[in-house]
Design a binder for this molecule. Structure first.
Ligand code: FEO
Length: 394
């Protein structure tokens, strides 16, 4: 496969993985993903920026031969996770004179995870530069988007910013450049929800930094290249903004329909009060959609049946996911039904503490909801409405 030239001897050397169905064994991939690697050929030196997921190493290296690349001087490791660093050993084996350029945290990771020979690594500091002759690479530390070892590489002469995982998307592509359409927006948001949302504060910081750099190209390590970066910059500004949307997200699991009846009642009541509601069936719907809706929701209302003496494990899983992804939601509540007793809300609320939500009084029904339960649901609807009004969302 021929490497595609982006501009001025900067080439795309990555690969599509359209068959991959899940990432981190957690969030389903709708279209697969890509592992982006870039080659920058200067007048004196050649650098590779990020490498390849190990199952694709052989094909990746074969492409170097097919493209006549017989010398690599620098291998830039922007991040130690193996979908990008995993082919460093193979690349060093092929180009034994190459030096790995990275920061100290990433150095430790690639030594421990990939057994890279320490003597082959040169550690650089924030803003340090290396010259490739007529091109200069500058390294910008960006810990927290998403690992502590992450950095960006800036190609000064071509105003290209290689942002590693930051600003990426799980979306294979044929043309190099982002189409900036609804499909990409959706995939970039799903990617943000799973990978970047837990680091929302850091994302805000680095999106400001990227905006100040004002690159002509943003070259992430997953998904297409942005030659009109405003699209992704504006999207991240929106997703990372502290103010949530007038949205209630209701993930639920219902064994015999009672919890579902309560969910539908609340949905209808909230919508009458001009609140947008998204209901998510935890058994049948895609977990990635749940993560995406967490990006914007002001309130998360979890519906759960009781299993034995505790919450249904699938509802517990939704709480654990929210706790890990740290959405900006301000309010959390619960509803559900039980057969003979046990602790439902106490257990669920203990699993979703990281975002420090305000807990709204939950509603619990014994079996099918009855008149008193509907009165309590009316109260829940009213309280959520007032809370949304207090944030000027309605
Ligand atoms: Fe795409 Fe953090 O690896």
């Amino acid at each position: 496969m021929l490497f595609k030239e982006i501009k001025n001897s900067v080439f795309y050397a990555g690969l599509n993985d359209a068959d991959r169905v899940i990432f981190d064994e957690l969030i389903p991939l709708e279209h697969g993903t890509t592992y982006n690697s870039y080659i920058v050929k200067g007048s004196d030196k050649t650098a590779v920026i990020d490498t390849m997921y190990p199952p694709f190493s052989d094909l990746y290296l074969k492409n170097f031969d097919e493209n006549g690349i017989d010398k690599v001087d620098y291998i830039i490791a922007n991040h130690g996770e193996q979908d990008h660093s995993g082919s460093i050993p193979a690349l060093l084996n092929k180009f034994p004179d190459a030096i790995v350029i990275t920061n100290d945290k990433c150095r430790q990771n690639i030594i421990e995870m990939l057994l890279v020979d320490e003597s082959k690594i040169r550690v650089i500091q924030n803003n340090e530069e290396i010259s490739l002759g007529n091109k200069t690479l500058q390294f910008i530390m960006a810990p927290g988007v998403h690992w502590p070892d992450t950095m960006f590489t800036y190609l000064k002469e071509d105003n290209m910013l290689f942002t590693c995982d930051f600003l990426g998307a799980h979306l294979p592509f044929g043309d190099l450049y982002a189409k900036n359409d609804d499909k990409l927006y959706s995939m970039a948001k799903r990617y943000y929800a799973e990978i970047m949302m837990p680091f929302r504060t850091m994302c805000k910081k680095y999106i400001d930094m990227v905006e100040k750099i004002n690159p002509s190209y943003i070259l992430p390590s997953h998904g297409p290249i942005y030659n009109n970066p405003k699209f992704i910059i504006n999207a991240y500004k929106d997703w990372t903004d502290d103010k949530p949307e007038n949205l209630v997200l209701i993930p639920y699991v219902s064994m015999y329909g009672s919890t579902e009846e309560m969910v539908n009642y609340v949905k209808e009541g909230l919508e009458k009060n001009n609140i947008k509601v998204k209901v998510h069936d935890l058994v049948r719907d895609d977990l990635g959609d749940l993560a995406v809706n967490m990006v914007d929701a002001a309130t998360i209302l979890i519906g759960a049946s009781m299993v034995l003496a505790g919450p249904h494990p699938i509802a517990a899983n939704a709480c654990i996911l929210a706790n890990a992804l740290k959405p900006k939601a301000k309010f959390v509540s619960f509803l559900g039904s039980f057969g003979w007793g046990g602790k439902l809300f106490e257990t669920l609320s203990s699993l979703i503490t990281s975002i420090k939500p305000e807990i709204i009084e939950p509603v619990l029904s014994k079996g099918k909801p009855k008149e008193d339960d509907f009165k309590n649901l009316d109260k829940l609807i009213q309280t959520i409405t007032e809370k949304h009004k207090s944030l000027n969302l309605i």
